[in-house]
Design a protein around this ligand. Sequence first.
Ligand code: SAH
Ligand code: SF4
Length: 354
Amino acid sequence: MIERTLFSSEHLVGFLEEKDPIKIQELLTSAYKVKVDNIGSKVYLRGLIELSNICTKNCYYCGIRHANSNVLRYELSEEQVLGAAMFAWKSNYGSLVLQAGERTGTNYIKKVTKLVKKIKELSNGELGITLSLGEQSKEVFQEWFDAGAHRYLLRIETSNPNLYSKIHPNNKDHSWERRLQALINLKEVGYQTGTGVMIGLPYQTSQDLANDLLFMKEFGIHMVGMGPYLKHSETPLGQLVIGNQQLAGGNQSLEISLKMVALLRLLMPKINIAATTAMQVIDPEGRDKAVLAGANIIMPNMTISEVRKNYQIYENKPGIKDDAAISKSKLEANLSKNGIEIGWSQWGDSKAFE
Ligand code: SAH
Ligand code: SF4
């Protein structure tokens, strides 16, 4: 069993660079045990609705960045979103996530407020709502919180401001400090606050990843979604041929992602950690492996099949032709094959928040 008190920055780097399969397995197994001891063995589901791929930002890694003119832009109608929410509720999902590119126009803000209220109404307040709609003002975070959203996901992407500046344009809309301030604001408003990083980025070192883990611990985050960086050929970063680019999307980046999940579980036994879809891109069982390394949240895609192909933040996104029902049955089959139990109709809130 791995001693939890041993997690200095040096130890974390040591684990991240560990090559011995037996030692790696020991790490993953220890993390799974810590999860079961602290928060139980169930996974909780958040049905994912990709509300819109319209985005005003230009993150260098992301396929739906504003400057990618090959993307057919869409925004789901109120009816489409409420239809998906109804599916989630009837499927006993417990919670859903509304995710989209980043936008700040008033009409859009009001539309989200209305959607949150209507989802609460249609489910008799039973569906938990997580938002992942990028950086907003504190007032907007408050408005959506008051409407009924209670969790928010905003990845810091990397805890290293210098690395952040290499993977984003350098202007006020892509500022590491502003993103950090948004996370602080979310916590102050009262959200269960989630963040995360991409793993295997060009220029990223093991020390950066160890610092990411310590950043999340120090910030006292309630939930985390992190996963491998995957190349998108229509992006500046996807076209770059330097450094550890061969990592992007390879088996090695899945292994490091699993180690990151396990180390974070050992550092923060009670938080919610997502087994992210990006892990499933590298390995069809990637999400299940993450659950067995300490993750306890899965976000099955519920976006209607007509628009799924247009929400490709990275390439080779799985299940692009599937609809919500197919995604659901594939997920259940996989989880039950691996003996993983689902917490149906439960919010599965972060125990770190209580
Ligand atoms: N626009 C919002 C939410 C949608 S993007 C936001 O940026 O917060 C959600 C996440 O997708 C981002 O935080 C980023 O970590 C991830 N992402 C984007 N491009 C990616 C890529 N090429 N590989 C892996 N993850 C990516
Ligand atoms: Fe927009 Fe989010 Fe993609 Fe950045 S990561 S370009 S904010 S959708």
